[in-house]
Write a protein that binds this ligand. Structure first.
Ligand SMILES: NC(=O)c1ccc[n+]([C@@H]2O[C@H](COP(=O)([O-])OP(=O)(O)OC[C@H]3O[C@@H](n4cnc5c(N)ncnc54)[C@H](O)[C@@H]3O)[C@@H](O)[C@H]2O)c1
Ligand SMILES: O=C(O)[C@H](O)COP(=O)(O)O
Length: 409
């Protein structure tokens, strides 16, 4: 598969799921105007049809980029996830095809941390239930099961960008913070890392999940973990819907084991705002249900739009792959008066020597060369005199192990 440098007006960009206007503005400012903008996600068949012509696609957490979808994405150069999670993308399938995947690892983390902090306060005061009842005409003026957040123990599972920010905010309100993570982490403030999840669950008044979706986190929170929680404690999940067994949570709420819960992410989420939200948790007034809006603030979305669009434009303009989640990371200078060859290949012995032979055997002077490998793939970028760009591309495409190669003018 190959690509020569396309005029920017011919580079087709498909943006889905209503990414912020800042993404469009950033791409336009970089000269990319051939943009199809949709406010919703697409069902697999429609996506397969639309993505066939796209060079770049921008998605959020809802769009599933599967092996089957990539199979039809013959022109696709890169994917921009305008969010943190990349579990909706078959990264192996993308990598095998030399498609770089980018995301926005930080921009919405503060928004999530603020939301869970607010939820912890509301749940400890029994507000969701009192509010729901008041809407139905009931008046529950009572201090029963109503607590201050000050002095309570917060247990964070997954002490990454969101977990650490929540930790700092919670300490500022007087919480005692403990965390469990598979990696040894530097505690921020006075937080304490504990050795096992059970230890955390046995002591925490509020438990909050902030892990990514991985095979190890899939249903990591089920009946066994609810049994280990303190009676009258709270569970919050703004990570991924597959992390918690929802039936076990419904059971823990139904039995009165938990004081309350807050859930922002679900194993199955409606595909659009027009679809009904179905969940066994709907019956519980002491469970805050939010439609996967942890990162949905104006600030976060605007920043994400700009950040990911910049990464896509940069990769398209000069091959820079810094902060890609699946690709060797190469930071590249501009290449005035030269042609830049971007060669993605299987990371096996012999490929680089064959690539270098292409230049020596054809008398092509190399003006700059940058190489990085990551697991199964290698990414070499070679700048040559502009007289030789086309020839070098033709020869590089014949190198055994080539996944794709394009030249930038
Ligand atoms: N609700 C939302 O709108 C929303 C918004 C942003 C992010 N998220 C979700 O939150 C997740 C966390 O975001 P982040 O920015 O803090 O990610 P991060 O990568 O910075 O942190 C994740 C932490 O989880 C830890 N971890 C991984 N596997 C674990 C396991 N099995 N047990 C314990 N700890 C484990 C990691 O070591 C890391 O410290 C994202 O992956 C995303 O799925 C949801
Ligand atoms: O991974 C993320 O950043 C969050 O789940 C937010 O996803 P969204 O962009 O679909 O709201």
């Amino acid at each position: 598969m190959s690509n020569t440098s396309l005029e920017k007006s011919k580079i087709r960009i498909l943006l889905l799921e209503g990414v912020h206007q800042s993404a469009v503005d950033t791409l336009n400012a970089a000269g990319y105007t051939n943009i199809e903008y949709l406010t919703h996600s697409l069902a697999e068949e429609d996506l397969i049809e639309k993505i066939a012509d796209a060079h770049f696609v921008g998605i959020r957490s809802r769009t599933q980029l599967t092996e089957k979808v990539f199979e039809s994405a013959r022109k696709l150069v890169a994917v921009g996830c305008f969010c943190i999670g990349t579990n909706q993308v078959d990264l192996k399938a993308a990598t095998r095809r030399g498609i770089a995947v980018f995301n926005a690892p930080f921009s919405n983390t503060r928004s999530v941390a603020e939301l869970v902090l607010a939820q912890a306060i509301l749940l400890l005061r029994g507000i969701p239930e009192k509010n729901a009842k008041a809407h139905r005409g009931e008046w529950i003026k009572s201090a029963k099961d109503s607590y201050e957040i000050r002095g309570k123990k917060l247990g964070i599972i997954g002490y990454g960008n969101i977990g650490t920010q929540f930790s700092v905010l919670a300490e500022a309100l007087g919480m005692e913070v403990y965390f469990y993570d598979v990696v040894s982490k530097l505690p921020i403030g006075n937080a304490t890392q504990v050795g096992t999840m059970q230890e955390l669950l046995n002591m925490a008044d509020v438990v909050s999940l902030h892990v990514p979706e991985t095979p190890a986190t899939k249903y990591m929170f089920k009946a066994e973990q609810f049994a280990q929680m303190k009676p009258g404690s709270i569970l919050m999940n703004a990570s991924r819907g597959t992390v918690v067994d929802i039936d076990a949570l419904a059971e823990a709420l139904g039995s009165g084991k938990l004081l309350g819960a807050a859930v922002d992410v679900f194993p199955v989420e409606p595909k659009s705002n027009n679809e009904e939200f179905v969940s066994p948790l709907r019956e519980f007034d002491n469970c805050i249900l939010t439609p996967h809006i942890g990162g949905s603030t104006m600030e976060a979305q605007e920043n994400i739009g700009r950040e990911v669009a910049e990464k896509l434009a940069m990769y398209s303009d000069n091959g820079t792959s810094v902060s890609s989640v699946n690709f060797p990371e190469v930071a590249l200078p501009s290449h005035p008066n030269q042609h830049r060859l971007l060669h993605i290949h299987e990371n096996v012995p012999g490929v680089m020597s064959e690539i270098n032979q292409v230049f020596s055997e054809n008398g092509i002077n190399v003006c700059g060369q940058y190489l990085q490998t990551k697991e199964d793939i290698g990414y070499v970028v070679v700048d040559v005199d502009k007289a030789y760009g086309e020839l070098a591309l033709e020869k590089l495409l014949q190198v055994k192990g080539t996944i794709r190669c394009r030249v930038l003018f």
